[in-house]
Design a protein around this ligand. Sequence first.
Ligand code: AMP
Ligand code: DBH
Length: 556
Amino acid sequence: MTLTPTPGTDAPEPDAPTWPAEFAERYRAAGHWRGETFGSVLAERAAAHPDRIAVVDPAPERRTWTYRELEERSARLAAGFAARGISKGDRVVLQLPNVGEFVEVAFALFRLGALPVYALPAHRETEIAYFCSFTEAVAYVIPDRHAGFDHRDLASKVKADTPTLRHVFVVGDPGEHTPLSDVPREADGLPEGPAPDDLAFLQLSGGTTGVPKLIPRTHDDYIYSLRGSDEICGVDADTRYLVVLPAAHNFPMSSPGWLGTLYAGGTVVLCPRPDAATAFPLVAAERVTMTGMVPPLALLWTQAAEDTEHDLSSLRLVLVGGAKYSEAAARRLEPALGCRLMQVFGMAEGLVNYTRLDDDDETVVTTQGLPISPDDEIRVVDDADQEVPDGAYGHLLTRGPYTIRGYWRAPEHNARSFTSDGFYRTGDIVRRTPTGHLVVEGRAKDQINRGGEKIAPEEIENIILSHPSVHDVSLVGVADEYLGERSLAYVILREGAEPLKAPAVRRLVRERGVAAYKVPDLVEFVDAFPQTGIGKVSKKGLRSDAAPGPAAPLQH
Ligand code: AMP
Ligand code: DBH
């Protein structure tokens, strides 16, 4: 990892701030950071139980890889990537749906010490072009087509505009690019792997700014969060975890997710789509024991379970998080699915809270849990950063052994998002119960949480503002029974400008090439925004003015 430069020398700026030495020592001494890497973990598991099934990819034909096969495939692919000039520290934008190759490529990159940048399948040209150029990515890995969209065309455009991008690897029909299957599977030539305190990957932040921020996670810190999550959720070699959310998202990756399951020697079952019609037969056929999902999906599963013909009796635990889960919905899950519910409140920046398997039912349905680690430091503070008593609402700040100390190449954001003593400002408003459980009560950050999919209003406002008829715009979240929130764009038109209709505003955003979940659900034309005392647009005022309307469909 890049070390903090000594003042007075002309050492290069580090890509991201890291833990001060005294914290790193403490986390090692406590046994949190054990000096493992993803490569060493997989090699150990493959040696210990080579024939156990690591990954099941059911579509279009059922494929399974044992731990030995996953280890061999990813090591050979790593050597093949190395032969293609990809090396330690290089960034590779990884945009694959829930297919076996996701796991294979991720482990190949981990083994090399190249950093996956986890794009979501829903991301489009705007996001991908930004990830590729900002990270100076050398490669981009895609499916040929997914969910009706041709990723090869997008890759051609991005490649033409990104000088660093040397390779586009395609799972499936490559078009003008390179098939992933053509990368030589080398038996040797593997360079030395990364160190445990090196970066393992860049995860994406839901963000509050015009462009997403990148989250640098190390092998040591992330593996600690996996081990802690496994212990809390009871993940072991018998766990069969179904990945229903996109595998690139931090929740199904690590809470405890597919990486936590592989860490414990269990079996990861990849679900191509999250709907009950796809997932329930898989739960039955693969005897799935555990999964994780966002609240709107949990609602759908709860409803669908009522009259399903599929045998869901293997399910032991369903984790729900990513957005606030209503107490009423939470109460219905256990009886409907016949398994235990666990709430999870996490963030890709680090801190993850879980209710516990032995918490009483009231705690499980009314709180978002306790932190993983005794060394997660939690502060609930007022606007002046002074701690508030238990039970009072406040801003959640956190610091700990798996929470980053800064975003990647973002010193200005870091000055705002972290306190001078290294606490991350989560932007969440919480209260703490006497047992230390956290309850998420709201949000201070400018972000819309659309059923677990986060939207940074500024990013979408900037697109709408580019229209010549638009004088000003404000994107806000409005209450939605199903998604929790959906997005509403208030638009002020320029005087005398060409009139604009709501569909044209939505089209403008869509055609700019952003993920579909960011397209405003509603558009309203107004003459003025509510003002605050100092004359800035009051997003809070806009939110309370907006009446909730009928539910919108879930877009994954
Ligand atoms: P991200 O930074 O994109 O990883 O998103 C993390 C954010 O999602 C948190 O800071 C919360 O605002 C929200 N979040 C995650 N889990 C929950 C939950 N169980 N309840 C309420 N909000 C949540
Ligand atoms: O919303 C999230 O980012 C999230 C939710 C639950 C997360 O990152 C996690 C668990 O690890």
